[in-house]
Design a protein around this ligand. Structure first.
Ligand code: SF4
Length: 363
């Protein structure tokens, strides 16, 4: 029987891919080669490609195709467009992408409508080029760089827009590399990432100098059925506490807030659990809170329903209204009465149980 390192004794919630592909161009970059060696060190077979074309399985059965893609990590070179950063309000000034795609299976995943093609995770080998592009943006953003309320955060760079950077960290080391670089960057800057994973061990000893803020992306344990393949919510909270104890600024991303049956009780329990775990950490004096309600587009709904046909996540249109973005796209957000009930609840629960938490935005 073949040895499968992914089934060896490893911490629960630690993701290892079934297939690792490294393109020829990625192998020309030190970080690309380092990821290949790191993957081999974890016992994974690595396919070093002679070209940049990814030999992906096009399974006729969509279920098998989805499973194969979600368990594939491709190391590629980010296109030049990735070196030109995009603004990312309301979270941060700028978006910095270490990868695109995520191995987890959330039935609301916001990536479903944004990324094209099979849902493999593409991690970038040209991390040196990506981090070399950042100093150009110092003091240039429209969120923390322009806001009195968030001025203390400096110029902010968000690393979780198109991936969960902690999910892929065991194989890539990209997040640790960037955290260390921000630690050495003697400027008013902050790297930000949010995660539904808990493997923070490699980050605890880094010389971060307080220039990286980790947020745990949380939903109640009662809604765990919507978040396949992620770490349990209790593990995420303990990971956040460990990061706080290691001196990192921390925060909460409560997302997506889902008005499913029993939501008041479920989110009330979650906020109580957060207060119990973080309660006496000194970093809670600077605890940020981001509140994001569930939304979907016609495109993301179609993709998600094909990936997760058995999910009971409500996308029927009930209690929804349409919202048009600046670019003309249509999103289904909760209607005004549902939004008001959710917002009122979170505002009062957080004030009562996490009074030092600073709400950055509600959306
Ligand atoms: S952890 Fe985040 S990025 Fe990954 S599948 Fe879930 S929602 Fe999508």
């Amino acid at each position: 029987m073949l040895h499968d390192p992914r089934s060896a004794s490893r911490p629960k919630g630690l993701w290892l891919p079934r297939r690792v592909l490294v393109t020829a161009s990625a192998l020309a970059h030190a970080h690309g080669r380092a990821i290949a060696e790191r993957a081999e060190g974890l016992g994974l077979a690595v396919e070093r490609l002679a070209t940049d074309r990814l030999p992906l399985d096009r399974a006729a059965d969509p279920k098998r195709g989805y499973a194969a893609a979600k368990s594939t990590l491709a190391v590629v070179v980010a296109p030049p467009s990735k070196l030109k950063l995009q603004p990312i309000a309301p979270s941060a000034d700028w978006r910095v992408d270490l990868a695109e795609g995520c191995p987890a299976h959330c039935s609301y995943c916001y990536l479903a409508g944004s990324l094209k093609g099979p849902p493999i995770t593409r991690v970038y080998a040209n991390l040196d080029d990506i981090s070399a592009a950042l100093p150009r943006y110092l003091g240039q953003g429209m969120v923390t760089s322009r806001s009195d309320a968030r001025a203390g955060e400096g110029t902010t760079f968000e690393a979780s827009c198109y991936t969960d950077p902690l999910a892929i960290e065991p194989v890539t080391g990209s997040l640790s590399t960037l955290i260390t670089r921000f630690g050495k960057w003697d400027a008013d800057v902050q790297l930000r990432f949010t995660t539904k994973f808990a493997g923070v061990e490699p980050l605890l000893e880094l010389d971060h100098r307080g220039r990286t803020r980790m947020r745990a992306s949380l939903n109640p344990a009662a809604f765990g059925r919507f978040e396949g393949g992620t770490a349990k919510v209790g593990e995420r909270l303990l990971a956040l506490r460990r990061m706080a104890d290691a001196g990192y600024p921390i925060g909460l991303t409560i997302a997506p807030i889902i008005a499913a049956e029993g939501w008041r009780e479920a989110y009330g329990t979650l906020i109580g659990d957060i207060a119990a775990v973080l309660g006496d950490a000194p970093e809670t004096a600077d605890l940020t809170v981001e509140l994001i309600t569930h939304r979907y587009t016609p495109g993301s709904k179609a993709v998600l329903q094909s990936w997760y046909p058995g999910s009971d996540l409500d996308m029927s249109g009930q209690d929804r209204r349409e919202k048009r973005t600046r670019f003309g796209a249509v999103k289904q957000v909760y209607d005004a009465p549902t939004m008001a009930a959710l917002r009122g609840f979170f505002t009062s629960e957080l004030a009562a149980k996490l009074p030092t938490g600073r709400i950055l935005y509600w959306t």
